[in-house]
Structures are given as structure tokens and as C-alpha cells.
Design a protein around this ligand. Structure first.
Ligand code: NAP
Length: 499
């Protein structure tokens, strides 16, 4: 596709002076521009309250994209498409002024009446902005109109439903692009290819050959400056409801009949519907929560969660979740999907480990070395790649077996050499491809799943802190797997390069 075949569009970014816009959105748009993946007919209007001239805003853009480029001419050419409008989104009057600006820019840049509204702002504004866009005529367009909306989408099913009703008055479901940036990650998108393009995996991808699946997403950082947000969210809402359950759905779904948005989403929705709900009295059996206390991360002493900025010193908020999910369908009956995510853990890593069942008879047992189970490991971040763990003969005399690893490294590190997730998602949105965005049905089903757990946790006071910063979470997380005869595969020993 050449630059001019890419759809012309005018992008309005609400929250254009914020962290997300500066760290992710501007550099991602610039990368699209410099690769020729952005139509020459594009313009961006940044919206935020603070007063800035167009020139000052353009300087902010240059500073932001300086993280990914040093081509001054290209950077200036890119920034020349940017404009700023100072506007409090709760103030009705300035939507009319905004509409005039984008109508003029539409003429000037030939954006064909195509408008993308990107809400990079606190979630409490999402509904208000959508309502104003409609009431003040900004959604009356001659081209396409699309709404890109950041997480969190509500804080439970009821609030998500209310928000959805509000934005649906202004945008149809197919015009709403709910961002889950994990779905833009290279190796998350690779799950479908690994599964559906390999004859050696698809026949084994079921309860006859897979014993369990483990998904770990661990961070070494604490809550940093986000204490206020995190206190009302916790790991369950911040990570499990969206990113973790999305990965479960991609691993568990049936092969779609076609690789298009509708078919893929429809299979994911079925996977969500097959997730066994956790009843109140089962929460303890299937889910573990944790909160970090002080400890050492990478050799540095860090404080506990309750001592962080804007955090209640008696906080009951979880910074760690481990859970066991059962998918009640023919393919997965009996196979546990274990998920674990937490802050201030020993390493930063997102990995999926698919553990295959043992062979029926172990001929090598007599050599005092039990065979290792076959593992397929999908490395999502920071490394990207795939490793397949097999058994092979130990070189030399005798027929002893040893574990070996076949490894494919995706040339580098997530966020550096592969396109940033936001770059891919912005490009998809401009092309009108919503496959890697979450449909309302997925959002509703995933909230329904986690609401039960969070209700129980909110109503019972936990004995926190229960894990040291710099560890792999509370002991109960290991017990969760040990009860089924499994253990968490140590994420560091599985590294893609260390073979
Ligand atoms: P942020 O740094 O706090 O930025 C908020 C932006 O909103 C600023 O540009 C602010 O500018 C503007 N704003 C605040 N109140 C306003 C009002 N009444 N009218 C107009 N503009 C207003 O937030 P962020 O970290 O960029 O996050 C934005 C959204 O992305 C949130 O929903 C967050 O959950 C989500 N998100 C962020 C990240 C990330 O890496 N940062 C990752 C995933 C999701 P003024 O103060 O000048 O008005």
C-alpha cells in the first residue's frame, strides 16, 4: 500500500498533553508516517485544558518523537500536521469551536470528512465527551467516524454497561475501538498463527494432549505515581479483566472459519462464555490475592504498597492475582488455565507456557532421569519468541535423555525493534480493522467473570502484605498449582536466548 492509498483521516486526540499521548501516541503516529503508512492527507488536533499555541504544541510533538527519530526535516514535516485546541471537555461551548477547527482542517488537508476521536483521558470523561461529540454535531460527518477508547472500560459490569449505553448513543458498535494494547503486541497476535498455521500443534491443542496452560505477566515496578487510580482498581481489574482474559480467550478459542473481525471475535466470545464462573464460596479455592510488602528488587530496597504515595496505609487492594480458570467445553474440559500477574515481582516478564501431557510409558525412567514434559513457550515481553522444549539423546555413550530447547527469537525486544503495539492499533483503526480491539460482548463477559471475585475480595479484609517485593508472589499461588500436581515454570529458566 502506498502512502496515498492509506485512508485520509483527521484525528482528534483528547488528552494531548498527557503521558499516553506523549510517550505512545505521537511516536507511534510518527513511525507510521516515516514508514509511509500514514496518508499524506492527515491532520491531528490535540485537545487539553492548558493553554498552548499551535507552535508550542508542535514543539511538544518534536520533543516526543525525538525518542524515535533524529531526522529533523521529517520530524518538522510531521509536526506541521498538528494543531492544538485548549478546551475543557466538560464545557459544552468549546465543542462548537473545535468543530469549526476540524471542519477547516478537513478542507485544508483533504481528509474526506473522516474523523477519529481518540480519548486518551481519565475514564470519567469518556461518556461526557461521546455525548458532546454527538450533541454538538462533531459526529455529523461525510466520511467515517470512529471512537478510540482507552482502558479501563468501566470498573465493573454495571458501570461498563452504563458507559457503553452512553457512547452507543453517538457511535455504533462497529465504530467503537476499545483499546487493549496487549492485542497489539507482536507475540499476542502470533498466538493465532502458531495455533492455526502449524500441523504439529493444532491436533494436539486440546485436553487429550495438554495438561495445563500457564500465563504469567509480572512487573518489577510498583504503582509509581498511579496510587490513587490503583487503589480503586487493583490487579484484578487492571490486568485480569482485560489483558489476561484476552490471552486466555486467544489460546482457548476454536479456529475461526475466516480471519476476519467478525469470525475471530465470535470465537473469542464463545471462549469467554465457556469460562466457568467462580461462585462466592469457590473464590478461595480458585483465586489467590496478594499485596507486596517491602523488599529488594534488582538489589534495591523498595517500600511496601501501603507505604506508596496516595495509598491507604491499611489498603485492602491486591497488587497480585493468581487464578485457575476452567473452560467448560469439549476441547478444554479438565485442563486448568493458570494466570498470575503482579507488581514488584522478581522479574519483568510476560510468558505463556503450554505444558503437554506426559507420554504413556516413560522408557527412560530407569536412567534415573525422568523425561521433562514438552513445553511450548510463547515469550511476549520483554523478549519476543517461541521455544519448544523436547527430550533428545544425551550425546555420547548410552541412551540417556536430556531436555533440549528449540528456539526462535523474534529479533529483539518488544517496544524496540518490533512496531509498538500502539502503532499497529492506530494503523488498524485508520484502515477500519477492529479485529484487535475488544467487542462489547467480550468486555461484558469478562467483567461478569471478575465481578464475583472482586465482590468477595472487597467484602473480606485480607491479611496483607503477604509477599515480599522482589519475589514471585505469595506462597498460596504455588499451593494453587501444587494441589493439582503442577508448579509454575520458572520464567527466567525458560528464556528464549539461553539455549
Ligand atoms: P494523564 O497523563 O493524566 O493525561 C490526562 C490528559 O487529560 C492531559 O492531557 C490533561 O491535560 C487532559 N485533561 C484532564 N482533564 C481535562 C479536562 N477536563 N478537559 C480537557 N482535558 C483534560 O493520563 P494518561 O496517563 O495519558 O492516561 C490517559 C488514559 O489512557 C487513561 O484512561 C489511562 O487509564 C489510559 N492509559 C494510559 C497508559 C499510559 O501509559 N499512560 C496506558 C494504558 C492506558 P490538561 O491538564 O492540560 O487538561
Amino acid at each position: 500500500m502506498t502512502q496515498n492509498e492509506n485512508p485520509a483521516s483527521l484525528i482528534v486526540i483528547f488528552g494531548a498533553t498527557g503521558d499516553l499521548a506523549n510517550r505512545k501516541l505521537f511516536p507511534s503516529l510518527y513511525n507510521l508516517f516515516s514508514k509511509g503508512n500514514l496518508s499524506k492527507n492527515f491532520a491531528v488536533v490535540g485537545v487539553a485544558r492548558r493553554s498552548l499555541s499551535n507552535d508550542e504544541f508542535k514543539q511538544n510533538i518534536i520533543k516526543s518523537i525525538g525518542t524515535v527519530s533524529n531526522d529533523v526535516d521529517k520530524m518538522n514535516e510531521f509536526a506541521s500536521h498538528f494543531y492544538y485546541h485548549s478546551h475543557d471537555v466538560t464545557d459544552s461551548a468549546s465543542y462548537t469551536a473545535l468543530n469549526e477547527i476540524i471542519t477547516d482542517l478537513d478542507d485544508h488537508y483533504g481528509t474526506k470528512g473522516n474523523r477519529i476521536f481518540y480519548l486518551a483521558m481519565a475514564p470519567e470523561f469518556f461518556g461526557t465527551i461521546a455525548t458532546h461529540l454527538k450533541e454538538d454535531g462533531l459526529t455529523d460527518v461525510s466520511g467515517f467516524k470512529r471512537l478510540v477508547i482507552e482502558k479501563p472500560f468501566g470498573h465493573d459490569l454495571q458501570s461498563a454497561q452504563e458507559l457503553n449505553n452512553q457512547i452507543r448513543t453517538a457511535f455504533a458498535e462497529e465504530e467503537i475501538y476499545r483499546i487493549d494494547h496487549y492485542l497489539g503486541k507482536e507475540m499476542v497476535q502470533n498466538i493465532e498463527v502458531i495455533r492455526f498455521a502449524n500441523a504439529i500443534f493444532e491436533p494436539l491443542w486440546n485436553n487429550r494432549y495438554i495438561s495445563n496452560i500457564q500465563i504469567t505477566s509480572s512487573e518489577t515496578l510498583g504503582v509509581e505515581e498511579r496510587g490513587r487510580y490503583y487503589e480503586n482498581s487493583g490487579a484484578l481489574r487492571d490486568m485480569v479483566q482485560n489483558h489476561m482474559l484476552q490471552m486466555v480467550a486467544l489460546l482457548a478459542m476454536e479456529p475461526p472459519i475466516r480471519l476476519n473481525t467478525e469470525e475471530i471475535r465470535s470465537e473469542k466470545v464463545k471462549a469467554f462464555r465457556a469460562m466457568r464462573p467462580i461462585k462466592d464460596d469457590e473464590v478461595k479455592q480458585f483465586f489467590v490475592r496478594g499485596q507486596y510488602g517491602p523488599g529488594y528488587v534488582n538489589g534495591e530496597l523498595v517500600s511496601g504498597y501501603r507505604q506508596e504515595n496516595m495509598v491507604n496505609p491499611e489498603s485492602n487492594t491486591e497488587t497480585f492475582v493468581a487464578g485457575k480458570l476452567m473452560i467448560d467445553n469439549f476441547r478444554w474440559a479438565g485442563v486448568p488455565f493458570y494466570i498470575r500477574t503482579g507488581k514488584r515481582m522478581k522479574t519483568k516478564s510476560t510468558k505463556i507456557v503450554v505444558q503437554f501431557k506426559d507420554i504413556p510409558m516413560n522408557l527412560y525412567y530407569k536412567t534415573e532421569q525422568t523425561l521433562s514434559p514438552n513445553l511450548l513457550v510463547i515469550h511476549i515481553q520483554p523478549e519476543e519468541g517461541i521455544t519448544l522444549h523436547l527430550n533428545a539423546k544425551k550425546a555420547g555413550q548410552g541412551i540417556d535423555a536430556q531436555a533440549v530447547k528449540l528456539s526462535y527469537a523474534n529479533k529483539g525486544v518488544d517496544g524496540i525493534n518490533t512496531p509498538e503495539a500502539y502503532e499497529k492499533l492506530l494503523y488498524d483503526c485508520m484502515k477500519g480493522d477492529a479485529t484487535n480491539f475488544t467487542h462489547w460482548d467480550e468486555v461484558a463477559l469478562s467483567w461478569n467473570f471478575v465481578d464475583n471475585i472482586s465482590d468477595v475480595w472487597q467484602n473480606t479484609y485480607a491479611n496483607f502484605p503477604n509477599y515480599e517485593a522482589g519475589s514471585y508472589g505469595p506462597r498460596e499461588s504455588d499451593i494453587l498449582l501444587a494441589r493439582d500436581g503442577f508448579f509454575w515454570w520458572p520464567v527466567t529458566n525458560l528464556d528464549v536466548e539461553s539455549c
